[in-house]
Design a protein around this ligand. Structure first.
Ligand code: FDA
Length: 311
């Protein structure tokens, strides 16, 4: 993000917190129409159907049940059951074999690390039983310590558990050295509004850190998911990995459902591994606001739809 893009993004994210804006988006047809561009649907069956369509055109997939900041222990338990169902569905479809990605604040992290572990552990055990790839999303900076601690525990129990690392956060360049050897890393720019003392604020700095982090973790032998739609970063990674024998055995591109579909199929058409992150569920509002804030043109699309349908 340039400086002004950063300001627009911050304003959209702040505005999105207002209750009236939320009900305008979630309670109107244009709001829900914009959501369908980025969200597979409300059910696991919707997500699996998208995964199957993607598989038909050579794309891998990763399921993510939407939701975050779950406060009630019973709610976290329900989320845990939903993730176990997602792993069951994945195991029942070995031809598409979707990975599953979890957010720890859905699983009780705001309660305590131990409460979250009590919910995460059965998910890890189930992923191991099924041989599935399990990833842990990274949320805002105040959750990084706890997320890394739980990712380390989960990885020690089952090596096919990986974690997201955000290039926007200044601390990430140190954090990657503390990860256990072989931990799978999903490298992302970072989707959260963060204070300047913990995060880079310009696109130039974030992109430069993304490239540096990729070089570091790739050289250290980690499997790396390059999760971005940024053509320049993708091309830089491609050129670097091409020059390393066996490099493509541990690098994969990842993009979000509904974003840069053209680029997804272009890369897959060149026989490069591409996995699509498929969000589903009823709690889509916070996820949608982050997608809208990344690209203000998406907001104009929503507003013009709203104006058109209210005439
Ligand atoms: P950037 O925002 O610079 O966009 C590059 C180009 O991509 C744009 O010019 C545009 O063409 C296109 N684009 C990007 N976003 C778009 C949008 N919403 N609509 C339309 N076009 C768009 N974040 C996080 O904090 N924790 C996490 O765990 C994850 N997990 C994750 C998984 C996967 C698979 C992906 C792809 C991303 C994440 N993210 C994430 C989100 C990530 O941090 C980041 O916010 C988005 O990927 C957008 O940044 P880009 O890297 O695409 O670059």
């Amino acid at each position: 993000m340039g400086l002004s893009t950063g300001v627009v993004r911050a304003s959209i994210l702040r505005l999105a917190h207002h209750r009236s804006v939320r009900s305008l988006v979630t309670g109107t047809r244009p709001g829900r129409a914009v959501a369908t561009r980025f969200v597979a649907g409300e059910t696991l069956a919707d997500a699996m159907s998208v995964a199957r369509d993607l598989s038909d055109v050579g794309l891998l997939s990763m399921l993510n049940l939407l939701g975050e900041d779950v406060e009630e222990p019973e709610q976290a338990l329900r989320v845990r059951e939903s993730y176990l169902s997602a792993l069951d569905a994945s195991a029942a479809a070995p031809d598409i074999d979707p990975a599953v990605s979890v957010k720890l604040t859905q699983l009780g992290l705001d309660d305590s690390i131990e409460a979250c572990w009590a919910n995460l552990r059965p998910i890890v055990v189930s992923a191991e039983d099924r041989g599935s790839l399990l990833m842990i999303d990274m949320e805002s900076h105040r959750y990084v310590d706890a997320t890394l601690e739980l990712a380390a525990r989960a990885h020690a129990a089952y090596p096919r558990v990986g974690v997201a690392i955000q290039a926007a956060l200044r601390r990430s360049e140190t954090d990657v050295f503390a990860l256990a050897p072989g931990t799978r890393i999903r490298l992302v720019k970072g989707a959260y509004l963060e204070p300047e003392d913990v995060a880079f604020t310009t696109k130039r700095e974030v992109d430069a850190n993304f490239s540096r982090l990729f070089a570091t973790v790739f050289a250290r032998g980690h499997p790396v998911d390059v999760a971005t739609h940024d053509p320049k970063l993708i091309e830089g990674v491609r050129a670097r990995v091409d020059g390393v024998e066996g490099g493509w055995g541990r690098v994969e591109f990842q993009m979000l459902y509904g974003v840069r579909r053209d680029l997804q199929s272009q890369l897959a058409g060149r026989d490069l591994p591409v996995r699509v992150y498929i969000p589903y569920g009823t709690e889509w509002y916070p996820y949608l606001t982050r997608r809208l804030a990344e690209r203000p043109a998406n907001v104009w699309f929503f507003v013009s739809n709203l104006v058109r349908t209210s005439r």
